[in-house]
Design a protein around this ligand. Structure first.
Ligand code: HEM
Ligand code: HEM
Length: 176
């Protein structure tokens, strides 16, 4: 079938591909904003890129949950990982894709500030003392794990290209 919805043992289906490449684009945007926050402080480009950080972050969080469910439904048909390391690497990517925004949302809740995304009020916020452990957890881990995720994504892209160039596993064609 030209457009298989489900994955098969030789290639990913259209849903997995859409999630993979759609999220990849959103991650490029998200990390450009994070980089702008560090390197282009107080510039127009920073406010443009960083201004969507929470909205895109929540969107990525919802998409990764969908993607994890879809991966579970397709576990038995997906193309097998080329190695134990590849399998482990993908698992860690999932772990970080879930942990990074979850920790941010915990911090956001603990700060007592409201959170609106696409005009929907996700957190009403509250008066009074902030919840210290929630705020501190985010302060300690959100940015750090976020950058670790970026490092792992760079490694992932390099490995995908290397596998295509150096071995006869053309993994890229499974995902394109
Ligand atoms: C997968 C989604 C996300 C990624 C990859 C991500 C990534 C990052 C990174 C790399 C930084 C560090 C920037 C720096 O060093 O200055 C950062 C900071 C921040 N993020 Fe996110 N983020 C995500 C989701 C979210 C969400 C959902 C929220 C809030 C609802 C959020 C709120 C913040 C805030 C307030 C900061 C600045 C404070 C800090 O450095 O921790 N992020 N994010
Ligand atoms: C130019 C960028 C990228 C390229 C060339 C690329 C390439 C690939 C390829 C070829 C596969 C299939 C590997 C296999 O079948 O063993 C794959 C799977 C995967 N990629 Fe990427 N990727 C890119 C960006 C990303 C980004 C930004 C993420 C986000 C964390 C990501 C996460 C994953 C995950 C988790 C899998 C396992 C399959 C799945 O559950 O979707 N990739 N990638």
């Amino acid at each position: 079938m030209a457009l298989a919805i489900m994955d098969t043992t030789t290639r990913y289906g259209v849903v997995s591909k859409a999630l993979h490449w759609g999220m990849a684009l959103l991650f490029v945007w998200q990390f450009s904003g994070a980089a702008a926050r560090v390197f282009l402080e107080d510039t127009a480009l920073e406010s443009f890129l960083w201004g969507t950080h929470r909205t895109v972050g929540v969107t990525l969080m919802l998409l990764v949950l969908l993607r994890a469910v879809w991966a579970l439904i397709n576990t038995s048909r997906r193309p097998p990982s080329v190695s134990v390391m590849a399998k482990f690497g993908h698992l860690v990517l999932y772990g970080l894709m879930i942990a990074v925004p979850t920790i941010a949302l915990i911090r956001q809740y603990g700060s007592g500030r409201a959170l609106d995304v696409f005009g929907i009020n996700l957190m009403p916020g509250f008066e009074g003392e902030r919840i210290d452990w929630m705020v501190n957890l985010g302060g300690l881990l959100h940015g750090e794990l976020g950058w670790a995720l970026l490092a792992l994504i760079v490694g992932h892209v390099v490995m995908a290209i290397l596998h295509r160039k150096l071995t006869n596993h053309d993994v890229v064609s499974r995902m394109t």
